[in-house]
Design a protein around this ligand. Structure first.
Ligand SMILES: [Zn+2]
Length: 396
């Protein structure tokens, strides 16, 4: 199937030889833009890269309004082929399906430059640039090589401002990245809300010392402290319905087998559909980190990196997706997304909704991530129905 083949072709464009890795404004991303931009041009679209690094293709209609469709083109480390990318390709193929037929509105296909947060530790740089909420703190954030977001953007070279031509609606098609649709044997679902998420960097500071000569009672071991807290994080999440909390990264300094760790930094990711439940959990975990550090005679730095509220998507756009699915004989379930998406950043200013496509085995963020051709075909037909509906009635 063409859409799947294209995703697999894009998966080969990688910064790493170990699976797919394509980060914000990398050389791999440049190659990816050349390929996708070429397909966009062949479909009759005018193509540009904006000042937030997003790839944008516009298929001009006869009117001035713009329908926005797409998703992101960056990936996590050792990624699969479909997360984000499938949504861009589906949008592109919907335009191709018009065979040059002009609509009463423009269709803009967007490939967001940065959604995963790999390079700078902060996600949604592309979509935040699109809606004009890239603040100085974010622009000054540096990657592992000491390059700031602003410098990276300057060095890349762009052709237009990120913020322009406010679309009347945004549709994002995306793999589910979870097991709900697969376990219910359903091809697609409609996302009506996205869970809020907190990301925190937690640093425990103690004292590095000799592993052989320092008695246990005199140690200020930050790695053992982090370990105690990580188990507390797991316990807290298990005891609260709907809460998920993850420590996915740990960095011990100096990181040697015969030296007590003097400084340990860990990541924390907390998500829940209720902002209150999430905030309560984060506060409790912070207090616990402080208490465990104090007990061990260590200090602790708590740096919040993301505090993203839960987002409701637009009822009218959801209703259009429901009707478009029903036309295919599908009563699509409504579901909350546990993962963040670009639609969540756009939703406060642009009426937005998402269609989830089944993830076989619920596998994502892994090379084993896959989609079924028949499900992608269903998503494409639903997309076509959406465009047909909008062509007949521009009442949004
Ligand atoms: Zn994604």
């Amino acid at each position: 199937m063409k859409a799947i083949d294209r995703c697999l072709e894009l998966a080969k464009i990688s910064e790493s030889s170990y699976g797919t890795l394509r980060t914000f404004l990398s050389e791999a991303m440049r190659s990816c833009y050349e390929l996708v931009g070429g397909w966009m041009r062949e479909a009759g679209m005018s193509v540009s890269v904006d000042s937030a690094g997003n790839l944008r293709g516009v298929f001009a209609g006869t009117g001035t309004k713009t329908l926005l469709m797409g998703s992101h083109l960056d990936t996590v480390e050792n990624a699969g082929a479909f997360d984000g990318i499938l949504g861009v390709i589906i949008a592109l193929e919907l335009v191709e399906g018009l065979n040059g037929r002009r609509l009463p509105f423009n269709i803009e296909v967007i490939g967001f430059s940065e959604e995963e947060g790999v390079r700078f530790g902060v996600p949604f740089i592309g979509s935040r640039g699109f809606v004009g909420t890239l603040d100085d703190e974010l622009l000054n954030r540096k990657d592992a090589a000491g390059i700031s977001v602003a410098d990276a953007i300057r060095a890349y070279g762009f052709s237009q401002d990120a913020k322009q031509n406010q679309p009347f609606a945004f549709f994002e098609f995306h793999i589910e990245q979870g097991p709900v649709l697969d376990s219910a044997n359903e091809a697609v679902g409609i996302v009506d809300a996205i869970a809020g998420q907190s990301r925190v960097s937690v640093k425990f500071i103690g004292a590095a010392n000799h592993a052989g000569t320092t008695p246990m009672s005199l140690r200020r071991d930050t790695l053992a402290c982090a370990a105690e807290w990580i188990l507390a994080v797991e316990e807290r999440a298990k005891s609260s319905s709907g809460l998920v909390a993850t420590v996915g990264r740990i960095q011990a300094v100096p990181g040697l087998s015969n030296v007590i760790s003097g400084e340990t930094t860990v990541s924390l990711d907390v998500r829940h559909a209720s902002d209150q439940a999430r905030e309560n959990a984060v506060l409790e975990l912070r207090n616990q980190a402080a208490a465990i550090a104090k007990k061990r005679n260590l200090s602790m730095n708590w740096t919040e990196q993301l505090d993203q509220p839960a987002t409701s998507l637009d009822e009218q756009v959801i209703a259009i997706l429901q009707a478009a699915a029903l036309k295919e004989g599908i009563t699509a379930r409504k579901m909350t997304s546990g993962a963040g998406h670009d639609a969540m950043i756009l939703a406060p200013t642009i009426p937005s909704a998402m269609l989830f496509v089944r993830s076989p085995g619920g596998i994502s963020h892994d090379p084993a991530e896959t989609v079924r051709a028949e499900d992608v075909a269903v998503a494409l037909r639903i997309g076509r129905n959406v465009i047909d509906y909008l062509e007949g009635s521009l009442k949004i």
